[in-house]
Design a protein around this ligand. Sequence first.
Ligand SMILES: Cc1ncc(COP(=O)(O)O)c(C=O)c1O
Length: 391
Amino acid sequence: MSASSTSSNPDFDFDTPIDRQATSSLKWERYAGRDILPFWVADMDFAVAQPIRDALAARLNHPIYGYTVASPSLVEVVSGFLEQEHGWRIDPDWLVWLPGVVTGLAVAARACCDSGDEIMVNPPIYQHFYDSHEDRRHRLLRVPLMHQSDGRRTWDIDAMRRACTDRTRLLMLCSPHNPTTTVFSDEELTAVMSLADERNLVVVSDEIHCDLVLSGARHRPTAAAVPELSHRTITLMSASKTWNIAGLNCSFAVIPDASLRQRFCKSAQSIVPMVPPLAYTATEAAYRDGNPWRLALLDYLRGNLERIDAVLADLPELALQPLEATYLAWIDASAMQLDDTQAHFEAAGIGLNSGEQFGEPAHLRLNFACPRAVLDEGLERLVKGVHQASG
Ligand SMILES: Cc1ncc(COP(=O)(O)O)c(C=O)c1O
């Protein structure tokens, strides 16, 4: 495998492969000792931006790592970023710091639902939308995303309205959407919030992928698109996906309504640990100094996506969902009619997420946030897997 110099921005190196085997990386440990390249779980094989690493090193130099709160400078940086990037002006009081977005999903369910209440989700969906609250106390209403004529996936508002009962309390949105990559428009957000208002629902909007839009679409926070209904919203965000610091555990909820925020915080008490000091440090550096790196990353990811597009154009067996956001390609392999799609491709040397965990078993999810030479090797193995099935 040779690392060709393909970064469009010479100030940042996304090309050089980094050996992660010594770091107990979840992504690489799964296939340790086997000739299977990992393209599954959503973290990136790129070095974290230098300003973040410098800030961490400086914080490590102080020898005490005790309980820590969000600093005023962090709050200012995050508020400024939301306003500048997403046109969303927040009140700093609305922020609740959390060690994870999935934690936020689970806390929201506890805060908004009594035993027997219902939570609506829209499959296919990131697996923790199913299990972050599946403790048999809450019922899940699954209303699949529909296909538009161009294949784009979106909410089926009529079906969602029909599915609501008088026990439905919470609507869990993923925006941009993992795994279908949809960036929802203002019209779509308005329609879903109108339904929430009509049925008196709280809306949790998981926007962890909002700074990873690759198409010409623009992400709008749900609460910003429909400000008059923002009292119904709990928005969950994090720098973790965009700046590759998922292992550091820092995210935040934005909850404009004071009583909803209070309920949320009460439900988090004694089960949710504090955010670690290094996680705050990395998050502040990411939002304050990480934008040049992020913009270069998006360019690099677009280049990787072109590679995938080109390879899949010659493989009618695999249909790529047109990608709007995230570094996760959603691929329909149903034409191959395999019993176990993931295992089939592992046998060809490429480790992908099975669509089953998201609710569409004949799909695969391919994480393309890796050096281009590694992606090319993976794509060769993907092609091999297709040919092995037909040959
Ligand atoms: C939609 C979505 N939400 C949440 C997470 C995980 O968030 P955290 O690690 O902060 O719990 C992911 C990770 O891939 C994700 O895709």
